[in-house]
Design a binder for this molecule. Structure first.
Ligand SMILES: [Ca+2]
Length: 396
């Protein structure tokens, strides 16, 4: 009897230890700050591990300086190159064609030809939209252009700049630049605050285009119903503000809401759900520190009237592009969020329930690469890296 009880207790202990081990957060380093989250589960969610067998293939290399990868309707991939061109790669990684004819880009630092989005009607009209850093006045800025892909898929014609995130500043950093269409055919555009103090404060200014999420029409006009459209002295294209540098946007496949990830400074990278008219706090509130380890501003993390991130990292992920997994080939990935990590050198998988992050996993850590963007197509994930490689992740 005694032996039986001891055995049962031992079994319970072993089981508990296994659960604990499984649920430990993937992050094991100390945070940079001693800041406490505003709510449970806002950082260091339980670690999870994918059970379905999957395989990772490097299907292309030497892609130059890729910044964005998106699927074309037929499953080929459109990949931008920061230096000022794009290329089409087929689903097996074979080079198909280089696309040129884009207006000049300022490719210094983090700039260049950055994101690309297909017109919702692309199959018929062949229109593409792209973001880029443009030399402008005293410095440069993030601009959005559109043009038509020619029949041979070798050049864009009738290019026109439809939007500029003014004012121009002298900086080669924090352009934001992610583009995503909503279900009504309006375009969300993210910008950064240019990583200099002059731009940083403007993230809170409604008359500045720095540190914002915009919602514009295909012609670059303010989207109907934008929150500040009737407010004097506000840019009518603004959808949300108080953003540091957002290079990740995607629409949640079930809720239809806009999700965003942005770079914090030292600590404080965030995932947010972006809602019309809301203030996301930078630089007034942040879970990060200056690179010098000094506090940012008053060193506060929460404030009335400013949105809390859904999730944050300290130390940072450095979020490149991201995508929701919109299928169920790998069942436990359905509606999970996959974010490319740059300095962290992995892809973060976030399990989301009721708009909260309930699990985190690190994928492709063994590749030791800076993941610049991640795309979803037909049950597969594609990822590009600063090393110029293209990976495909599929069910085994
Ligand atoms: Ca924030």
């Amino acid at each position: 009897m005694k032996a039986k009880i001891i055995l049962s207790i031992t079994a319970v202990i072993i089981y508990s230890v296994e659960c604990l081990a499984q649920n430990s957060p993937v992050e094991t380093q100390n945070p940079n700050s001693d800041y406490k989250p505003a709510k449970a589960g806002q950082t260091r969610a339980a670690g999870v591990k994918t059970k379905t067998a999957y395989k990772v293939d490097k299907i292309a290399e030497k892609l130059g300086s890729p910044w964005a990868v998106i699927p074309l309707p037929d499953g080929r991939l459109l990949i931008t190159d920061r230096k000022g061109s794009m290329q089409i790669i087929d689903a097996n990684g074979t080079f198909v064609k280089k696309i040129t004819g884009f207006p000049e880009v300022d490719a210094s630092g983090q700039g260049g030809l950055l994101d690309v989005a297909l017109d919702p009607n692309f199959s018929k009209n062949k229109m593409i939209y792209w973001s880029f850093s443009e030399k402008n006045g005293v410095g440069n800025l993030m601009a959005v252009a559109k043009g038509e892909l020619n029949e041979a898929e070798s050049t864009v014609q009738n290019s026109v700049v439809i939007f500029r995130a003014t004012p121009p500043l002298k900086s080669s950093m924090h352009y934001g630049s992610r583009l995503v269409f909503d279900k009504d055919g309006n375009l969300f555009v993210s910008t950064g605050e240019r990583s200099i103090l002059e731009g940083r404060k403007q993230a809170q200014w409604l008359n500045s285009g720095l540190g914002k999420i915009f919602k514009i029409t295909k012609d670059g006009k303010p989207a109907p119903g934008n929150p500040f459209i009737n407010q004097k002295d506000a840019m009518p294209e603004i959808f949300a503000y108080g953003i540091r540098n957002a290079q990740s946007l995607d629409i949640h496949p079930v809720t239809g809401e806009l999700w965003e990830a942005e770079f914090g400074p030292k600590g404080g990278d965030e995932v947010n759900i972006i809602k019309a008219g809301k203030n996301y706090g930078w630089p007034t509130i942040t879970y990060g520190l200056e690179y010098s380890l000094a506090k940012v501003g008053d060193g506060i993390q929460q404030k009335e009237g400013m949105e809390q991130p859904v999730y944050y990292w300290d130390p940072v992920l450095s979020p490149g592009g991201m995508t929701f997994y919109k299928g169920n080939a790998i069942p436990e990935w359905k509606n999970n969020l996959f974010i490319g990590g740059l300095s962290s050198m992995h892809i973060a998988r976030l399990v989301i329930e009721n708009n909260k992050v309930v699990g985190e996993e690190r994928l492709l850590e063994d590749k030791k690469e800076r993941f610049r963007d991640v795309a979803y197509f037909n049950g597969m994930l594609y990822a590009i890296t600063d090393g110029g490689n293209l990976y495909r992740i599929t069910k085994k």
